[in-house]
Design a binder for this molecule. Structure first.
Ligand SMILES: Nc1ncnc2c1ncn2[C@@H]1O[C@H](COP(=O)(O)OP(=O)(O)OP(=O)(O)O)[C@@H](O)[C@H]1O
Ligand SMILES: [Mg+2]
Length: 679
């Protein structure tokens, strides 16, 4: 194995020649008509194609805060291993997909510019990139196929392909369209998309068409015999069907970038600057025909182009210099960030544009779990050659989300608690309905705050800033985040800066609580002791719920259930006194249900009880393991052995490595040494 021949063999085996042939299909106009009859989808317009492409990946429905939501799998970027996956934006993405849907039906949105609007770094460009990549791929599949035309040139025996990716059916003169559509649509089901011929030939094809009409004395069938049709594979790199327009500085914009330019060299050859053969139809609008054009920072566009843009969206027409209005069929997707949008809010440029845009707000993520996914995509075991200590990314993400949340109106609720509620945690006294209200009270939430890009940069800094260390921990990242605030270019306001610093403090405190809890649980993760404690607790709960007595194993006497023991466990997980009966009954029901199935209760299957038992055990044992002696540096052998056991558990159960486990034990020891032993 491994010889040159093997390698070639491997490639030979996996290449799909049949697929290649299909993708590179070329034929006559007549053959194209057969293709259309067989599969009318090839004539879909750009909006229909984009919508069908998104839907071809499937959807998932779910409920959040009592509202129905749809998740479009397309935005998970499954074809690219999730590289451009978008997390936590199901609501804005649903608005976007609905806009495509409505445009696909021809309800009017197809005459608008779709404008993604949001704060910097909210994944607007990522969404645009996904759509472009998706279209490229879709055009290469059987379901997404589309075709364009070329003209056979007898003098050099070559085909001159339409520079604007023209739909071949444009060759059919309007007089005949209704009849031909009817024939082509014979096989279309009620649910399918019927063929509808919209638009005229582009100037280039119109020229060739007229030439041949003259040559054949008006015989259309002879004209089309010189037409070639080929499969169109959309490709941004090849400038086919996908365009991007990025405004440069205001003085340097030129409309030829959008609608094409005269080719002066060819004027000499063809004699006139209005000969379409002496014109390059290679502006972004031209080449993006049949697909999608992205306007990066569309509000930076010079006013001179506004009319090009508005005409392109409203009329589906562009005006190349020296030529008549030309039909186009493409999705126009612009984006702009929030500061730019606000700057131009009272500008008349905006007025004209605003009236013709469908604005889709793309906010920052406000669910911690989603924000974590953004960073885990970039920083994980595969991509980073350092160990990332547990909670490192979580704490950075927590801070980012906190900066985006509005202060809760309910004064008894902290921002951190609100973050936890949004993240799916239940807090006593808060229902799903309350969470929905919280979201509604803060409608603009997510349009301000720290961008993921800032956090990504600081995690990167932290990764390189400590060459001596094999792992990065939350403090390294939090310090980078804090250090960068001084120079943050978008933070012009001292008050906000101060507030973001305070929120870093909130995160640090939360981190203390989290790791304290983790270390306590690791200390108490003694399975035999936990089992004994659990059995004892269950015996008491059983007696309590059935109003019986418990047999004292030592004396053999029957005694009242040990209320102090039960409460000391339940308090660890905040079961209030008023809810204790419910909690105990639930546990007994659970055990009862298991025994009906012939199963035995194991405390590990009940996450809350498990935690309560560990915390209780820790409380009972904390004096036997002298964690605080870590701080004093003089450790006897016995303590060291116990600490090593705990360290081993942190590595085994909580994802630490040796270095980060040592760090975290030292850190927690220092907290305990401060005398802060609240659990
Ligand atoms: N909801 C999200 N899901 C996944 N990744 C996200 C999300 N929000 C931001 N990102 C990540 O943040 C980074 C910035 O995203 P992107 O460049 O798409 O933002 P943008 O909105 O175009 O920003 P700008 O307004 O500055 O152009 C990318 O790495 C992107 O993957
Ligand atoms: Mg961008």
């Amino acid at each position: 194995m491994g010889s040159g021949r093997d390698i070639l063999g491997l490639i030979a085996q996996s290449q799909d020649l049949e697929q290649f042939r299909r993708k590179n299909w070329e034929g006559s106009f007549e053959e194209y008509l057969d293709i259309v009859r067989h599969d009318p989808r090839v004539t879909r317009n750009a909006f229909q194609r984009v919508y069908d492409m998104i839907m071809s990946y499937g959807t998932e429905s779910y409920e959040e805060s009592r509202e129905k939501r749809v998740h479009y799998r397309f935005f998970d970027d499954p074809d690219d291993h999730g590289r451009d996956a978008v997390f936590g934006l199901d609501v804005p993405l649903e608005a976007l997909v609905n806009a495509f849907k409505s445009a696909a039906e021809g309800y009017g949105i197809e005459k608008r510019v779709l404008l993604l609007h949001g704060p910097v770094g909210s994944s607007k460009s990522t969404i645009a990139r996904l759509l472009k990549k998706g279209l490229e791929r879709y055009s290469g599949t059987d379901a997404g196929a589309l075709y364009s035309i070329g003209w056979h040139n007898e003098s050099n025996m070559q085909v001159e392909w339409c520079p604007m990716n023209e739909e071949p059916l444009h060759l059919i003169s309007p007089r005949f369209r209704a009849d031909i559509e009817a024939m082509l649509n014979e096989n279309v089901s009620a649910a399918g998309r019927p063929v509808k011929i919209v638009g005229e030939l582009c100037p280039y094809c119109r020229y060739h068409y007229a030439e041949r009409l003259k040559k054949y004395d008006g015989d259309w069938t002879k004209v089309v015999s010189e037409v070639r049709v080929r499969r169109l594979l959309l490709s941004e790199k090849d400038r086919i069907g996908i365009g991007t327009f990025q405004p440069k500085d205001e003085k340097n914009q030129d409309s030829t970038e959008l609608t094409g330019d005269i080719n002066y060299r060819k004027i000499a050859e063809f004699g006139s600057d209005s000969d379409p053969r002496a014109f390059n139809f290679d502006g972004e609008f031209n080449i993006a025909n049949r697909g999608l054009i992205e306007f990066v920072e569309v509000l930076k566009l010079d006013v001179a182009f506004l009319y090009d843009l508005l005409g392109a969206s409203q009329e589906h027409k562009i005006k190349p210099k020296k030529f008549a209005q030309t039909d186009i069929d493409e999705v126009i997707l612009g984006h702009t960030n929030e500061p730019e949008y606000r700057r131009l809010q009272n500008n008349e440029f905006m007025e004209a544009l605003r009236d013709r845009t469908v604005k889709i707000d793309v906010p920052y993520v406000t669910r911690l779990a989603d924000e974590i996914k953004i960073y885990e995509k970039d920083y994980n075991k595969e991509t980073v050659n350092k160990h990332i200590a547990p909670h490192t990314i979580e704490m950075a993400a927590m801070w980012a989300v906190l900066t985006r949340l509005e202060e809760p109106k309910n004064a008894s609720l902290t921002k951190l608690q609100k973050l936890k509620l949004y993240n799916g945690k239940t807090l006593p006294g808060f229902t799903e309905e309350n969470i929905k209200e919280l979201r509604e009270q803060a409608a603009g939430e997510g349009m301000l705050g720290i961008s993921p890009r800032y956090v990504q940069d600081k995690i990167s800094n932290a990764l390189v800033a400590h060459p001596e260390s094999r792992s990065i921990n939350p403090f390294m990242v939090l310090n980078e985040l804090e250090g960068g605030l001084k120079h943050h270019s978008l933070l012009t306001n001292e008050e906000t800066r101060g507030h973001y610093r305070e929120l870093l403090q909130v995160v640090k405190e939360e981190y203390e609580n989290v790791v304290k809890n983790e270390v306590q649980r690791a200390i108490a993760a003694d399975e035999d002791a936990l089992k004994r404690l659990c059995a004892n607790y269950i015996d008491n709960v059983k007696a309590y719920t059935q109003r019986e007595k418990v047999k004292n194993k030592f004396t053999g006497q029957y005694e009242e259930p040990d209320e102090r023991l039960m409460r000391s466990i339940e308090e660890k997980i905040d079961v209030p006194d008023g809810r204790k009966d419910d909690f105990r009954r639930e546990i007994m029901n659970y055990i009862g249900a298991l025994s009906i199935d012939g199963k035995v209760f194991n405390y590990k299957t009940n996450e809350r009880l498990h935690k309560a038992l560990e915390l209780k055990l820790f409380e009972d044992q904390k004096d036997t393991i002298k964690l605080t002696s870590l701080v004093s540096n003089v450790i006897d052998e016995d303590t060291q052995a116990k600490i090593d056991v705990v360290k081993g558990r942190l590595i085994r159960d909580y994802g630490y490595d040796d270095e980060s486990a040592t760090d975290v034990l030292n850190f927690v020891a220092s907290i305990f040494a401060r005398g802060d032993t609240k659990s």
